[in-house]
Structure formats: structure tokens, C-alpha cells
Design a protein around this ligand. Structure first.
Ligand SMILES: NC(=O)c1ccc[n+]([C@@H]2O[C@H](COP(=O)([O-])OP(=O)(O)OC[C@H]3O[C@@H](n4cnc5c(N)ncnc54)[C@H](OP(=O)(O)O)[C@@H]3O)[C@@H](O)[C@H]2O)c1
Length: 254
């Protein structure tokens, strides 16, 4: 990835931080974007401490102008954008549709669907279409394939990303831009810890029961490591995946 530039959203923690550091380890310059300045600076520091190149842009991606700012910052600093990883997302508050609050729906869709769509438009217009090449990735969830009660807002936002990716792949393929969706299973980290704690409390069981259930639902009988997501994403961004577009790649443990 030497000489290449990637934007990774939601890189202030979780999977995004691991994706950003992995891209940097493979030689890319990485533009990291999220709202929490301190946590984002820590990601950039991890990259520079390891000898890589990072540039942080503090941005709330639900603000349309912030999406433009992120792409312009990447171009100003590095002169090109080869990959956009749309990782940032919000889980929202779990509730059955019949009882849900529409402000929650709007907030989840704004972060998980409209922001990636806006950022993709900006990166296409400003960087990838003029350069006649690039790679856009959307991070979706196994929870959009095998849906769960009380998470319709999240599942709908994530399943919509696949339709967006497939449509975009057709629109921009002739210009040499590839667009794919990475479908992620339960990954060890804060998000799953929170889900496990909430579900255990609501069912009145020990957290280990919920963890075992999550693992038992996969072919590999385990959670996914964030690095396993990051390496697939890096492969997708690289020359080995040059004919891969319009696809859903599952990193779910099966
Ligand atoms: N963890 C899992 O088990 C799992 C499973 C399936 C799919 N996924 C998907 O994988 C991706 C990463 O998940 P994760 O577990 O790493 O989530 P996470 O730990 O909750 O991190 C989400 C990131 O998104 C950023 N973000 C949220 N709203 C934002 C906004 N409005 N503007 C800018 N940045 C925003 C957050 O940063 P700030 O708070 O600093 O803005 C944070 O860095 C998501 O797309 C998620 O849906 C995760």
C-alpha cells in the first residue's frame, strides 16, 4: 500500500482503529476521522509511533459539510484518496418497531447510511472519479443478514448499505472505482461487551451464557478478532482484489 492514501471513518476506537493501524502497517498514509478528538489523536499517535503516516480530522459525519471537509483535508495533505473505509456507525437504542422512537431511527440512519453515502459522493466527485480509480468499502453487519428483534433500525441501515454498494459499483465501475461491502460478525470489543451485558441483564442470566450463544451461532464457534476484519479490508483495498466489486464479503466466522 506504499504511496496509497486511505480514509478510515470511526477510527477513534474499536474496529476502525485497528483498520487504520493495519493500513498504516501495510504502508498507506491514513486519514482518520471521528468526533472524539482525544481518542482520534491516540490512533494517529499509534500510527506515527510505529513509523507510519496519519492525519486526523475531527468530524461529525452526520454533518454534510464535515464529509466534504474530510475529503478535502485528505487531498490537501496527501493529494489523492485511494480508499474510503466507511466504518463509523451508531448502534442506536434497541426497541421493537411498535414502541420505537423515530428520533432514534433518524439518528441511526443519519450515521449508518446517509453519512457513508455523502462521504462516498464527496470522495467520488473530488478524488476518485477525476483520478479514474479508487476503492470504497462499507462496513455492514451479520445482524443485517440474520436479523434480531429490537434492532430493525440498525439492520435496515446496514442492509441498505449493500444496495448502495451494488448500485454504486455499477455507476462508477466504468471509471475504475470498486465498491464493496464487508459484512462483519460479532467482534470482540466494547460494542459486543455492551450487547452482552444488556442482554444478560434483560434475560437474567450470566454474561458468559450470552457470549457462548454468540460463539455457538458461528461455524467457527468464536467471535471475530478486529484484525481479521482489518486484513480483509486491506486485501480488498489492494491490487489482489482488483477485479472485486459489487460484492458482499463476510468476515463473520461463518
Ligand atoms: N463490533 C462488532 O461486533 C460489529 C459487528 C458487526 C458490524 N460492526 C460494524 O463495524 C463497524 C465498527 O464497529 P465497532 O464495534 O468498532 O464500533 P464502535 O467501537 O462503536 O466505534 C464506532 C466508531 O464510529 C465513530 N462514530 C460514530 N458516530 C460518528 C459520527 N457521527 N461521526 C463520526 N464518527 C462517528 C465513533 O467515534 P466517535 O465517537 O469518536 O465519533 C467510533 O470510533 C461499524 O460499522 C459496526 O456497525 C461491528
Amino acid at each position: 500500500m506504499s504511496g496509497r492514501v486511505a480514509i478510515v471513518t470511526g477510527a477513534s476506537g474499536g474496529i476502525g482503529r485497528v483498520v487504520a493501524t493495519t493500513y498504516a502497517r501495510h504502508g498507506a498514509a491514513v486519514v482518520v476521522a471521528a468526533r472524539r478528538a482525544g481518542a482520534l489523536a491516540q490512533t494517529a499517535q499509534l500510527i506515527t509511533d510505529a513509523g507510519g503516516t496519519a492525519h486526523s480530522v475531527v468530524a461529525d459525519l452526520t454533518d454534510e459539510t464535515a464529509c466534504t471537509t474530510v475529503v478535502r483535508a485528505a487531498l490537501d495533505r496527501f493529494g489523492r484518496v485511494d480508499t474510503l473505509v466507511n466504518n463509523a456507525a451508531a448502534p442506536g437504542t434497541d426497541a421493537p418497531v411498535s414502541e420505537a422512537d423515530s428520533a432514534n431511527w433518524h439518528a441511526v440512519l443519519a450515521t449508518n447510511l446517509v453519512a457513508p453515502m455523502t462521504l462516498s459522493r464527496e470522495v467520488l466527485r473530488l478524488a476518485m472519479l477525476p483520478a479514474r480509480g479508487g476503492d470504497i468499502q462499507f462496513f455492514s453487519s451479520a445482524a443485517a443478514r440474520r436479523v434480531l428483534p429490537n434492532k430493525a433500525h440498525y439492520a435496515a441501515s446496514k442492509r441498505a448499505l449493500s444496495a448502495l454498494a451494488e448500485t454504486l459499483a455499477l455507476e462508477v465501475g466504468p471509471s475504475g472505482v470498486r465498491v464493496n461491502t464487508v459484512v462483519i460478525g460479532a467482534v470482540s470489543g466494547d460494542l459486543v461487551d455492551g450487547y452482552v451485558a444488556r442482554t444478560a441483564a434483560s434475560e437474567g442470566v450470566d454474561a458468559s451464557v450470552i457470549r457462548r450463544r454468540l460463539s455457538a451461532g458461528t461455524a467457527l464457534r468464536r467471535l471475530v478478532d478486529p484484525l481479521e476484519v482489518a486484513e480483509v479490508s486491506a486485501w480488498l483495498a489492494g491490487p489482489a482484489a482488483s477485479a472485486v466489486t459489487g460484492q458482499e464479503i463476510g468476515v463473520t466466522g461463518g
